[in-house]
Unconditional design. Structure first.
Length: 481
């Protein structure tokens, strides 16, 4: 079950919210937990037992860790290592065992030694996200920055709360601990959450899905003969698809949480307006960037070491980030690419980069990010290299006019260009445009703005519902991570 489905919009969500608000305040956590487990079990019934089992393990090993005296350093490190080993071991098995088996069979085949028999391991939905969430909780308890949850129900709710369970934001326990115990509910907060949810729904269904259909068709072609203009159209469509798809999910998660009285962190802050790759990663998938900074980059030494070591730390952290995204060499190279760019920017100096005028800096940064999306989207490194060659193949312009009317009617349709234009417009709008008009306010400050939000939200729901009636299965891109 996905947020952008008619089943969720008109069956699950109304029933869940009705049960949630009909329940007494002291029982709402139980209703939220039951609804979250049902939500996960609907799509992954076989993995629900694993999710609950690992959560029970995580709760009790954290209690064990918290009860050990600070002076028992060796014992505390041993318990921490045990917990991290279980979490990372499960992630490695479910997410990466197929990859490593394929690499081993490739080497054995090259050595003419046959291969190993391997049964494909199915990836549990959302395992990358809730693994990081449990790691952050365990490490924070070890460091003393978070106290253990007061009950198993509270811990289960923290991990499995359905708005953020599948694809984040990756929330920290200390950010929601007070909210789990006691949170405010109001009509204004509920309506603000509904508005945010409907905006995310529109971003996903009305912008990301149509652009994704074009990108899928372009990348499904024989890339070796792909005309240059269509290669650019394909990667532009994918760049805006992944942004509106993932940020749309985050909007929906934040909105759903707010409808239940929770406040989650923002996960995107107009990343395509960035003037450097460093700024881009402060604006893109913020919860992941924060996790990598606090639990990997800083423990490696962070900025408190030699310039060469700082550069290596940045590169290594993003190499790990790339591998976290997926078990393929494409993602490894994608992470290494971003890590290299960040290291180079650190070597050049951010103050020097800041002297570059805003427009050329933004365009150049966007092109660097655009190149990385080729690695992210292509089926293999070979396909990625071929796609790069098509982006620079000026000779293919000669056949464009013959292709326009017959081979690519959907790519050059008015709808495609219209959606692409809308996506670009809202992606590159400066922050001042939003703040001057009050669109960044959680609760509208004027009655006309409140009425406008109701009208626009209703329009988003109607248009998205109509579009979903004509679309096939439309999972979020980050669901596969």
């Amino acid at each position: 079950m996905v947020f952008s489905s008619l089943l969720f919009l008109y069956a699950y969500l109304p029933v869940f919210l009705a049960l949630y608000y009909l329940a007494p305040l002291r029982h709402r956590n139980v209703v939220a937990l039951a609804g979250s487990l049902f939500f996960y079990g609907w799509g992954e019934p076989g993995f629900l037992v694993i999710l609950i089992g690992v959560c029970v393990f995580g709760y009790y090993i954290s209690l064990w860790l918290a009860r050990l005296p600070v002076e028992a350093r060796a014992a505390r490190r041993w318990v921490l290592t045990l917990g991290l080993g279980v979490y990372l071991g499960l992630l490695l098995w479910f997410k990466y065992s197929n990859f490593f088996a394929a690499q081993l069979n490739g080497v054995l085949g090259w050595l003419q030694q046959g291969g190993i028999l391997w049964t494909h391991v199915v990836l549990p939905l959302g395992i990358s996200f809730f693994t990081f969430q449990k790691i952050s909780y365990l490490v924070d308890v070890y460091r003393g920055t978070s106290k253990p949850a007061r009950s198993l129900v509270d811990y289960l709710l923290f991990v499995t709360l359905f708005p953020q369970l599948i694809a984040g934001p990756i929330i920290r326990y200390h950010d929601v601990a007070v909210q789990i115990v006691s949170r405010g509910h109001s009509r204004e907060k509920f309506l603000a959450g509904a508005w945010r949810f409907l905006l995310g729904l529109a971003r996903k269904v009305l912008i990301a899905n149509p652009l994704g259909a074009v990108a899928d068709r372009v990348f499904a072609q024989d890339l070796g003969t792909l005309p240059m203009p269509y290669a650019w159209i394909g990667i532009l469509c994918y760049a805006f698809q992944i942004y509106f798809d993932f940020s749309g999910y985050s909007d929906m998660a934040i909105g759903l949480g707010r409808m239940m009285g929770f406040e989650f962190m923002e996960n995107f802050e107009r990343p395509y307006t960035s003037r450097s790759i460093t700024e881009f990663w402060r604006r893109w998938h913020i919860s992941l960037s924060n996790f990598m900074r606090d639990y990997l980059y800083i423990p490696l030494g962070g900025n408190r070491t030699t310039p060469w070591r700082v550069g290596f730390n940045l590169w290594f952290v993003f190499l790990v980030s790339g591998f976290w995204h997926g078990a393929s060499w494409n993602f490894v190279c994608w992470g290494a690419y971003h890590g290299l760019l960040l290291s180079l920017e650190r070597a050049v100096g951010l103050k020097r980069l800041g002297r570059i005028p805003a427009v050329p800096a933004t365009v150049f940064t966007f092109l660097l990010v655009l190149a990385s999306w080729v690695l992210f989207r292509a089926a293999s490194l070979t396909d990625a290299l071929t796609y790069f060659s098509r982006l620079a193949d000026w000779s293919s312009w000669a056949n464009v006019r013959n292709d326009l009317e017959f081979l690519w009617p959907d790519v050059i349709s008015a709808r495609t260009w219209g959606v692409l234009g809308i996506a670009a417009f809202f992606s590159f709008l400066p922050e001042s445009w939003w703040t001057r008009r009050g669109w960044d306010e959680v609760v509208p400050s004027t009655r006309p703005q409140a009425v406008l939000r109701v009208l626009l939200g209703t329009a988003c729901l109607i248009l998205a519902s109509a579009a979903l009636g004509n679309q096939s299965y439309n999972p979020f891109i980050y669901f596969r991570f």
